[in-house]
Design a protein around this ligand. Structure first.
Ligand SMILES: [Fe+2]
Length: 267
């Protein structure tokens, strides 16, 4: 039955480097039918550009999901949405924005619907626009877009573990997978819920291992210790990490298993 590989937030050049190295190896080893990559932090930690997205697209990706920083590169981000319909952004952002919040495609004769949502909790200072209720938003998309036999996958880009766990239960039995992204630290709770939805609170990030969620640790410590101005610089040196989950599905669009895939490599 179809296998889905979902790669957590690829952060900047270090993230692209390990993805380029490991994704082909994992495709060979695990033979996923579909590969989905969260690219919200792809271009130097914030947003996407045509050049960085093309680099990842060359590896063979079926859908790109994103989150709160997706529009940070302004016209370059907009250009990505025009060029890549498979790039989506959270569906519950309010207003006239570039891109769509879900994407339908077919692979090996199977229909897939990927939905991207953003959490509301603790996001006030992380996204400039308004974020609508993700629970209501996903209900509406399923009501309007779901077709019989779909395998439906949700990237829930959110800060609070409570909101992320709750959405998993809310969608249990209605979608094949709910994958949390955004916090960059993987959680150890990947499991198939009672009614057949694979869930993980956060997949974790792809990029530097020894920064603080991808940023130079010295800069982050300085902010905490001295209350000074935070200088957002990516950690570019040292060991790299790649975090993902692999989901095997059953007929009828439910999940059979979810396992975590993780690897490190030196930069
Ligand atoms: Fe994010």
């Amino acid at each position: 039955m179809p296998k889905i590989l979902f790669i957590g937030d690829v952060v900047g050049k270090p993230g692209r480097k390990i993805l380029r190295e490991i994704l082909p190896q994992w495709k060979e080893k695990y033979q996923p039918d579909v590969t989905i990559v969260n690219v919200e932090n792809l271009a130097h930690g914030k947003g996407v550009t045509p050049a960085t997205l093309a680099e990842v697209d060359a590896l063979g990706v079926d859908c790109f999901t994103s989150g709160n920083h997706i529009f940070n590169k302004n016209q370059l981000s907009t250009a990505c949405f025009e060029k890549y319909p498979k790039l989506i952004r959270p569906a519950n952002y309010v207003g006239q924005l570039a891109g769509f919040g879900y994407y339908r495609f077919s692979a090996n004769g199977q229909q897939y619907l990927v939905i991207n949502l953003n959490g509301q909790v603790f996001m006030e200072n992380q996204f400039e626009g308004e974020i609508a209720n993700p629970f209501f938003a996903v209900d509406k998309i399923l009501e309007q877009e779901e077709q019989k036999g779909d395998i439906i996958l949700v990237d829930f880009h959110a800060e609070a573990t409570s909101e992320k766990v709750a959405l998993g239960y809310y969608l249990d039995g209605r979608v094949a997978g709910v994958f949390g992204t955004h916090t960059h630290v993987p959680t150890a709770d990947a499991r198939v819920l009672a009614h057949g939805t694979a869930h993980v609170t956060d997949v974790g990030m792809t990029g530097s291992l020894n920064g603080v969620i991808g940023v130079k640790k010295e800069n982050v410590l300085k902010k905490f210790l001295e209350q000074g101005k935070f200088v957002n610089e990516l950690e570019e040196d040292g060991t790299l990490q790649i975090n993902s989950v692999l989901v095997e599905t059953l007929a009828g669009g439910k999940a059979q298993s979810i396992i975590k895939l993780y690897q490190e490599m030196s930069n």
